[in-house]
Design a protein around this ligand. Structure first.
Ligand SMILES: Nc1ncnc2c1ncn2[C@@H]1O[C@H](COP(=O)(O)OP(=O)(O)OP(=O)(O)O)[C@@H](O)[C@H]1O
Ligand SMILES: [Mg+2]
Length: 237
């Protein structure tokens, strides 16, 4: 464990966003998509962001994942003022500190599960000798050890999404950002994914930020933030 982690655990706050603004330009002018969003997430919390289509949920998640720069505002992740980092430092930070799970799990279809999980480790520069143990631990977390050498395109929808969760976990991220991760699953498999997220966050090191339309899934989170027309309201829970 490095000093960075110790510092951020000390105050308990993993994510701090202050007056975050995102405008998109449509050719004729700037369209506000996020309007002065403020948000604090503690380490180990599991929070939901809910809201109608077009309200800015994915945009917020992409900014939190350093995939998209905001127009204005401040963002600290684990005590680091990440918007002050240059692009390559942000990319390195993202690879090591952030795990993503999307609605469609975008696995490497012709590769097996092991190779899918090794990919982010290679990107993050993890020593080849360390990789097998990390991969096995991540796949055990989602109870899919028996599928380790199956090709991704031979897995069921629920299994694929569990591999996506394992892939998000394999680098021991500070935060997992999930955009409608249960959107293509039936209720039972949706809850299974939520079980994994709940277990991961309950261990206390990793936070989960989940975008969902589904009130049942949102209700399993510690807090629910409504986002409407780019305004993030106080949590309902
Ligand atoms: N690259 C872009 N350029 C211009 N406008 C964009 C861009 N990306 C998103 N938008 C606009 O920003 C608004 C918010 O989009 P966003 O994808 O964040 O919504 P969302 O809440 O995730 O919706 P959904 O529930 O449908 O996924 C929308 O009006 C969208 O058209
Ligand atoms: Mg979206």
């Amino acid at each position: 464990m490095n000093s960075f982690r110790l510092t951020s655990q000390g105050n308990g706050i993993l994510i701090k966003v202050v007056d975050l603004v995102k405008n998109f330009s449509n050719g004729q002018g700037e369209i506000p998509v996020l309007r002065k969003v403020n948000l604090q997430i503690h380490r180990g919390e599991m929070v939901a962001i809910t809201g109608p289509s077009g309200s800015g949920k994915s945009t917020l998640l992409y900014i939190l994942g350093l995939l998209l720069p905001p127009t204005r505002g401040d963002y600290w992740l684990g005590g680091e003022n990440v918007l002050n980092l240059d692009r390559s430092a942000q990319a390195a930070f993202r690879r090591r500190r952030v795990g993503f799970v999307f609605q469609s799990c975008d696995l490497l279809e012709n590769s097996n599960v092991y190779e899918n999980l090794e990919f982010p480790l290679i990107y993050a520069g993890v020593n080849p000798r360390e990789r097998p143990a990390r991969i096995i631990a991540a796949i055990e977390r989602v109870n899919l050890s028996h599928r380790l050498y199956h090709r991704a395109n031979h897995l069921s929808g629920g299994e694929r999404q569990r591999v996506a969760v394992a892939r998000a976990l394999v680098n021991h991220p500070d935060v997992i950002l999930a955009d409608e991760p249960t959107g293509q699953l039936d209720r039972r498999h949706g809850h299974l994914i939520m079980d994994h997220f709940q277990e991961i966050s309950a261990e206390g090191d990793t936070s989960v930020v989940l975008v969902t339309h589904d009130p049942e899934m949102a209700s399993r989170c510690t807090r629910i933030y409504p986002l409407r027309d780019g305004i993030l309201y106080a949590p309902e829970k």
